[in-house]
Design a protein around this ligand. Structure first.
Ligand code: AMO
Length: 428
């Protein structure tokens, strides 16, 4: 039989009754009952039952479950529970055998721990719960792109191999590049800022790299970031864009992905808006009240964020951080130069995004780099663009993996990443 799949299982309908179709999929179950066999066939769109009788049944040898087959047959009504149609098989071709036993159970009856599933990730995609997570991720990406395009942002792709740090700091992976040292980009920060001089509003959804030796459910060495940068916007404006974006992705997914929510047993609830705005100074006050030893200017530790997250469950913006805690490109507040025009978007204790208004004056940017112990000479390619009519601009970066984990109510970002990379995991 030439392998031509005529229909997905979900496309079977009343009009096809009595007609011949060719399905392609994996054998989820095979029951031999003497003169007859029943195959439960799964493809990406759903499940169907295939009835095998007569000579075809006699010649049906051993086929391991999870083998991939092509089945030609006639569509008919069925008495099988939960199914509308079945196929009366005319030809069955095994296209690829599956070994038995498989290293993880794709039906999910036997639960495997996350490391075992990640070690056999491709097979894990046949588990409906895992497949649903990645369908949700797909729809989330579509929704994010749609909303940002509606807000007049243009999608760009910046280099991932770079000659010097984009964020400063030590979290850089280096690599040998034809006799020179190159780095993997930590973020698109400098490029996205530069793009505002011509494109005004840009966004990027790409992978970035952090050489952080962190072993938590929220840190990866390769993560997907959603970044925006917008000319003529202040940090308040880009916070509003972020809030709109988060609300619309929750709404789109909750409406579009009913089946996936049932499969993962998590109903997506649309968050209440507007998101609360809490300043860093307020947070320090709350922590002091709770007996913590913390002073203005100290960074908020994980334990602090957990306490603050309890006081402010769900989404909230944590704003106006001290300048000394912020990267060189963040602008200070006019009324108090110790405070920055910056924010994080939190979901409870979890940081989903950070951003702010940028310095756009080249002289101020040069002296800021020096203040932070960075060499302006290393940033000349970036700094020169600030002499070409750099508009005031603001932006943020948000971890897609953290957003997805929050959206589906799980703690470990590895569940929402195909092949996660962390200090202990470099393969498959
Ligand atoms: P920041 O370093 O705070 O800001 O990163 C922005 C967001 O990216 C996600 N993120 C991570 N996710 C998983 N694993 C990691 N190791 C990891 N590191 C960061 C987080 C975080 O909130 N250039 C600025 C953004 C800007 O100002 O535009 C930046 O990169 O969700």
């Amino acid at each position: 039989m030439a392998f031509v799949k005529t229909h997905d299982i979900s496309e079977l309908n009343q009009e096809l009754i009595g007609r011949q179709v060719v399905l392609g999929g994996w054998i989820e179950d095979l029951r031999k009952l003497g003169k007859m066999s029943f195959i439960t066939l799964r493809d990406i769109s759903g499940l169907s039952q295939v009835v095998v009788k007569g000579e075809l049944n006699d010649s049906l040898g051993e086929i391991n479950r999870q083998s991939v087959v092509s089945i030609k047959g006639i569509v008919q009504e069925t008495r099988a529970r939960d199914l509308a149609f079945e196929i009366k098989a005319e030809e069955i071709e095994v296209l690829g055998k599956a070994i038995h036993p498989l290293p993880v159970d794709p039906i999910g009856r036997l639960e495997s721990n996350i490391d075992t599933r990640l070690n056999h990730r491709a097979l894990d995609m046949r588990n409906q719960k895992t497949a649903s997570i990645f369908k949700l991720r797909h729809h989330a990406l579509q929704s994010l792109r749609k909303t940002l395009a509606n807000e007049k942002f243009l999608e760009i792709t910046t280099p991932k191999i770079i000659g010097s740090a984009s964020e400063g700091g030590a979290d850089l992976f280096s690599l040998e590049y034809f006799g020179k040292t190159a780095y993997l980009a930590q973020s698109p920060q400098l490029y996205k800022e530069q793009m505002t001089i011509g494109l005004e509003r840009v966004f990027e959804i790409s992978n970035f790299y952090r050489a952080e030796n962190s072993h938590t459910g929220r840190h990866l060495t390769e993560f997907t970031s959603i970044d925006i940068e917008a000319a003529f916007m202040d940090y308040e404006d880009v916070m509003n864009v972020l809030e709109t974006l988060v609300l619309s992705v929750y709404k789109d997914i909750s409406e579009k992905c009913k089946t996936e929510q049932e499969v993962i047993k998590h109903a997506i609830e649309i968050p209440t808006a507007p998101f609360e705005r809490v300043t860093y100074t307020q947070c320090v006050g709350e922590l002091k009240k709770a007996g913590e030893k913390i002073e203005f200017g100290d960074d908020l530790l994980d334990s602090h964020l957990r306490m603050i997250g309890k006081n402010h469950p769900g989404f909230f913006f944590l704003t106006d951080w001290p300048m000394r805690l912020k990267p060189f490109y963040i602008r200070e507040k006019d009324e108090d130069a110790t405070l920055s025009r910056s924010f994080d978007l939190q979901h409870g204790f979890l940081e989903l995004s950070s951003g702010g208004t940028r310095l756009h004056n080249p002289e101020m940017l040069r002296s800021r780099l020096k203040e932070q112990g960075l060499d302006p000479g290393q940033f000349e390619d970036h700094l020169k663009t600030f002499d070409w009519g750099m508009p005031p601009h603001s932006g943020w970066g948000m971890g897609l993996d953290r957003l997805m984990a929050t959206l589906i109510g799980i703690d470990n970002v590895r569940e929402v990443v195909l092949y996660p990379r962390d200090p202990d995991r470099l393969s498959p």
